[in-house]
Design a protein around this ligand. Structure first.
Ligand code: GLV
Length: 379
């Protein structure tokens, strides 16, 4: 969905200075979003240590540039789950996108489709799976297994029927992390916005975070590795496990035949005190031993971050908050702009580092930073 097919959209005032970075768009999004919405997207759990640690981890590595390499053509293509992607950056699942923009997930899909990027659509999206599919975006479906297993099965079958290319099971959320910002704000959905794929449900009335109550009421905290074969029986789609942080679980994921793993701490929103994803990426890549693909998310804000993650063994990365800021500021075009900022920054980094193809970004492309910031030293 481009702006051209949304003639009723009010014109967006151009910001005084064009956004050059994800942080520029975050600042603009913060200006325009209600505080409850901004806090929900931006916040983490507990004291937000893991949230900050995801960013700090990127500062603990430097890039080792090679010179006199022909970088007149930088090739970003990468293959993920057998699909050739124009660049190794996917859109992570994020919930409730109509809070950021009136067209929510449909606008995000338009921005992603313009660049042929994969969008992972959340179970708790505010547009239907079919509406999003109608944009033609490349799409995977993120699944929360609900206590209502029939409803869960229906969701997976709908996703398969609507052309989603993978089921991404989130495994780090038996219950919701304690998001103190949301508890203080008594987070709930603004009027007129609902969980579009879960018939008739908004969020329950709550003294604290309505989303936390939703998880308590509806989400199945009893899910184990034994349930995965049931899940796989629901559709022929490849299964991706999102939220793996240890070599032990990576090996179990390989054993159950996961097509891919996403090394993720849910953007610092679940277990506070969990490690930065970049810090555990190497052990997971080693444990996976090439038998399942390894992706990573958390804290990626620039091309050099993508580069470092690829050097440490990720096949591709996912970003969440960055495109939400673009969505809030400028709908589909804003999402596209964020992806272009990251993509172009990656091209720039690769050229200056003397790595013309994604496959050239190997472990020798990075080294531990000589003077890492002190642990606990917030930026
Ligand atoms: C939903 O999955 C969230 O992290 O808020």
């Amino acid at each position: 969905v481009s702006r051209r097919s949304e003639p009723d959209l009010p014109a967006i005032e151009s910001p005084l200075t064009p956004a050059l970075t994800v942080e520029d768009l975050e600042a603009a999004a913060r200006e325009r979003l209600p505080a409850m919405v901004f806090d929900y997207y931006a916040g983490g759990s507990g004291e937000e240590w893991t949230l900050r640690e995801n960013r700090r981890a990127y500062e603990r590595w430097v890039i080792r540039p090679r010179v006199l390499v022909d970088v007149s053509n930088v090739d970003l293509r990468a293959t993920v789950l057998g699909e050739e992607l124009p660049f190794p950056i996917l859109l992570a699942p994020t919930a409730f996108q109509r809070m950021a923009h009136r067209y929510g997930e449909v606008a995000t899909a338009g921005g992603a489709a313009a660049l042929d990027a994969v969008m992972v659509v959340s179970t708790i999206a505010t547009a239907t799976l079919e509406e999003i599919a109608a944009t033609g975006v490349r799409r995977w479906f993120q699944l929360y297994v609900l206590k209502d297993r029939d409803l869960t099965a229906t969701l997976v079958k709908r996703a398969h029927a609507a052309g989603y290319g993978a089921v991404v099971l989130t495994v780090d959320t038996p219950l919701l992390g304690r998001r103190l910002r949301d508890e203080r704000n008594k987070f709930s959905l603004p009027p007129g916005i609902g969980l579009a794929n879960l018939e008739g449900s908004g969020l329950p009335e709550s003294e604290g975070s309505g989303l936390s109550s939703f998880f308590q009421d509806r989400h199945d905290a009893s899910l184990t590795w034994d349930d995965v074969s049931w899940l796989r029986s629901l559709s022929p789609l490849p299964l991706v496990l999102k939220g793996i942080l240890t070599a032990e679980d990576a090996r179990l994921a390989v054993d159950i035949g996961a097509g891919a793993i996403v090394v993720s701490n849910h953007g610092g929103r679940q277990l506070d005190g969990a490690p930065a994803t970049l810090d555990v990426l190497p052990e997971i890549v080693e444990a996976a031993g090439g038998r399942t693909e390894v992706l990573v998310d958390g804290g990626i804000r620039r091309g050099s971050d993508v580069f470092k993650a690829l050097a440490l063994g990720a096949r591709a990365v996912l970003v969440g908050r960055p495109y939400l800021w673009g969505l809030a500021v400028n709908g589909a075009e804003g999402v596209q702009q964020v992806l272009e900022i990251l993509r172009d920054d990656l091209i720039h980094t690769m050229a200056l580092a003397g790595r013309a193809r994604v496959a050239d970004i190997d472990r020798s492309a990075v080294a531990a930073a000589p003077r890492a910031p002190e642990r606990g030293d917030d930026r």
